[in-house]
Design a protein around this ligand. Structure first.
Ligand SMILES: NC(=O)c1ccc[n+]([C@@H]2O[C@H](COP(=O)([O-])OP(=O)(O)OC[C@H]3O[C@@H](n4cnc5c(N)ncnc54)[C@H](OP(=O)(O)O)[C@@H]3O)[C@@H](O)[C@H]2O)c1
Length: 252
């Protein structure tokens, strides 16, 4: 079973809600034990119970990934709790605003970069040291189709996700000889709290998906299969890739 993750461990950030929660449960369903992280401990406890119900181990490690020291401590605590780390899913991220670039406050730019890029730098440094020394590992950085295309009114978000894709490619080339693969998952429009105001209206956000192939928003569960693929031996010869899971948005 090349998609089987039995005996593997995974750390998932942003596991309290949305895509990250689905990925954590999905990786556990595939057999992995999971370290769950986000800021909201109560929500993480719910995910923990769900994973334990599947017969897998889950530990809750609350952390704010905009804090560099917390990122390093998170990897240390994961190793202490689970013994080793096979899969790192850098999913925590987002952007809480949009607007014209000429009106952007630089503090807003820095905030988006701190959450979406700096966090992944710190987590990749901490986990990468462990994985390269151990000679195996799979890192999955959740970027976005926004990192592959222009993103009017969301320039900081798009630039942050493009940086994640670039970092992914660089680390794949640096770490390949140590048996560590690094890939980016690039979701398209996916229904979560992040963009609720865009899809919760009467037209269910139809305008945003009018030009893509499938012409519908994704559910969070549709990100699970591609992530299990990237986490598992099924993708043993895949590294440095930005896998768009976008209903054909980037095919246009
Ligand atoms: N939804 C989409 O259409 C879409 C498309 C492309 C890419 N993405 C990317 O997919 C990832 C997940 O997005 P989502 O849509 O699932 O968003 P979401 O529903 O808003 O969930 C975001 C997750 O990140 C955590 N988080 C946010 N800030 C954090 C911080 N400072 N420290 C630690 N955890 C933090 C949140 O947990 P707490 O609040 O508990 O900390 C939550 O678990 C993001 O990287 C996003 O950019 C989403």
């Amino acid at each position: 079973m090349t998609f089987d993750l039995t005996g593997k461990t995974a750390l998932v950030t942003g596991a309290s809600r949305g895509i990250g929660r689905a990925l954590a449960v999905g990786l556990a369903r595939a057999g992995a034990d999971i370290a769950l992280s986000a800021r909201d401990e109560a929500l993480l406890r719910e995910v923990q119970a769900e994973i334990e119900g599947l017969g897998r181990k889950a530990v809750v490690l609350p952390a704010d990934v905009t804090d560099a020291a917390a990122c390093h401590a998170l990897v240390d605590d994961t190793l202490a709790a689970l013994g080793h780390l096979d899969v790192l899913v850098n999913n925590a991220g987002g952007s809480s605003f949009m607007g014209p670039f000429t009106e952007l406050r630089f503090s807003g730019w820095e905030k988006v970069m701190r959450l979406n890029v700096d966090s992944i730098v710190h987590l990749c440094q901490a986990a990468g040291r462990h994985m390269t020394a151990r000679g195996s590992g799979s890192v999955i950085n959740v970027a976005s189709v926004a990192g592959l295309t222009g993103t009017p009114l969301l320039a900081p978000y798009g630039a942050s996700k493009a940086a994640v894709v670039s970092l992914t490619r660089s680390l794949a080339l640096e770490w390949g000889e140590y048996g560590v693969r690094v890939n980016a998952l690039c979701p398209g429009w996916t229904r979560t709290d992040l963009n609720r105001e865009l899809w919760a209206g009467a037209d269910e956000g139809a305008a945003f998906v009018a030009n893509q192939g499938l012409k519908r928003w994704a559910g969070v569960e549709e990100m699970v299969g591609p992530t299990v693929f990237l986490a598992s031996d099924a993708s043993s010869y895949v590294t440095g890739q930005a896998l768009a899971v976008d209903g054909g948005q980037t095919a246009t």
